[in-house]
Design a protein around this ligand. Structure first.
Ligand SMILES: Nc1nc2c(ncn2[C@@H]2O[C@H](COP(=O)(O)OP(=O)(O)OP(=O)(O)O)[C@@H](O)[C@H]2O)c(=O)[nH]1
Ligand SMILES: [Zn+2]
Length: 361
């Protein structure tokens, strides 16, 4: 039976929305820096699903413009809203921004029937998920369908065992309904088994899938209804309570800069290898800069297309994008996330090696 529809007195008749009392499922996609979240999101969007899917990206640091352009360039005409985290501390900032983003989405309700929310690699999914619980009490238009945590098969264990970052991934695994162990092409069976055991030891209930390029069967990811029963709701909200404790990002910093001009691919490779492999650059305290995640759009000499730079720990790749520079200024935009980063030194190194060499050539 239909519930009586409540209407405001001052509603103009023609503005009354088409009745749509169906709640929209939200899947939270979480996982450490560079694990393959955006790859999963793009894979879901490109698969046959007969759903109109909205995407919300959760932002860490200052790399907004770049994150946006990366998402747009990869996923084409998807609809986006942005969650911005000013200081990187989710529990302090996600709630208001998050609800606002959802409200904005709600205004466009009817245009889509599923929401995918990618959190930053340093997000506490508990804080993000709790946002939906709060709202659920108020009779929300959305419901949390499930939390999916993407884990890097190569670097997952390293992160798990590293005291500094231990917390992020463990929280992400602890709260997951589904764990996707991605990048299985980069590891041997033995390492994979060790990772599986670690995931299982953190979360005894989680379903574990193994993927390359985050290719999953959509039925394993969407419409999980993980939180449907009251019992599981109670179980989860009590864990949210624990995970909502405020924690800082410790020494992980984001550095972004933009520089115009064409870069030589060879010299760029040398810079990236010096940074990621040789750990050649140091901050003012003399500590080596360690990059966990590197992203960029670069203009390579002689190339009409934009080129995307992607790095995760020591691995990196350069890929030509479909986008042409055209009349746009050829500006290189770079985002570095890691420890002991110093913007001035990094930018100066980049300029003196990559940009200067190119100019001198
Ligand atoms: N070798 C290999 N690389 C992969 C695989 N899946 C994704 N990648 C690469 O890993 C890098 C990071 O992928 P993203 O999907 O951007 O990772 P993310 O988790 O969204 O990254 P952040 O949002 O920055 O935390 C990209 O260069 C991908 O091409 C995989 O199965 N194997
Ligand atoms: Zn991403």
């Amino acid at each position: 039976m239909d519930e009586p529809v409540q209407q405001d007195d001052d509603d103009c008749p023609e503005l009354v929305p088409i009745e749509n009392d169906k709640q929209i499922p939200v899947t939270i996609i979480t996982g450490y820096l560079g694990a393959g979240k955006t790859t999963l999101l793009n894979f879901i969007l490109s698969e046959q699903h007969n759903k109109r899917i909205a995407v919300i990206l959760n932002e860490f640091g200052e790399g907004n413009a770049l994150e946006k352009s990366l998402a747009v360039s990869q996923a084409g005409e998807l609809y986006e809203e942005w969650l911005e985290l000013r200081n990187g501390c989710l529990c302090c900032s996600v709630k208001d921004n998050g609800l606002k983003a959802i409200e904005n989405l709600m205004e466009k309700k009817g245009k889509f029937d599923y929401i995918l929310l990618e959190t930053t690699g340093l997000a506490d999914p508990g804080a993000v998920a709790a946002m939906f619980w709060v709202d659920a009490d108020l009779g929300s238009d959305v419901y949390l369908d499930g939390i999916v945590t993407v884990i890097d098969a190569k670097y997952g264990l390293q992160v798990c065992n590293d005291g500094c970052t231990w917390g992020f991934l463990n929280r992400q695994i602890a709260l997951a309904d589904l764990a996707i162990v991605n990048k299985t092409d980069l590891v041997e069976q033995e390492a994979l088994q060790e990772l599986r055991d670690t995931v299982r030891s953190i979360n005894g209930l989680v379903k574990i899938l193994e993927t390359q390029k985050s290719r999953v069967d959509l039925s394993e990811v969407l419409d999980l209804h993980s939180f449907d029963s009251k019992d599981s709701a109670n179980y989860h909200s009590s864990s949210f309570h624990i995970f909502l404790l405020c924690f800082t990002k410790q020494s992980i910093l984001t550095v972004t800069f933009e520089l115009d001009g064409n870069l030589s691919e060879d010299v760029l490779n040398i810079f990236v290898q010096n940074l990621l492999w040789e750990k050649m650059f140091h901050n003012k305290e003399g500590l080596p800069m360690t990059v966990i995640r590197l992203k960029g759009i670069v203009a390579l000499a002689g190339k009409a297309h934009q080129v995307m730079l992607q790095g995760v720990h020591e691995l990196y790749e350069l890929n030509e994008l479909p986008q042409l520079w055209g009349d746009d200024p050829r500006i290189n935009r770079l985002v570095f996330i890691g420890r002991n980063l110093d913007k001035d030194i990094l930018q100066e190194q980049f300029t003196s090696t990559v940009v200067a060499q190119e100019k001198g050539a």
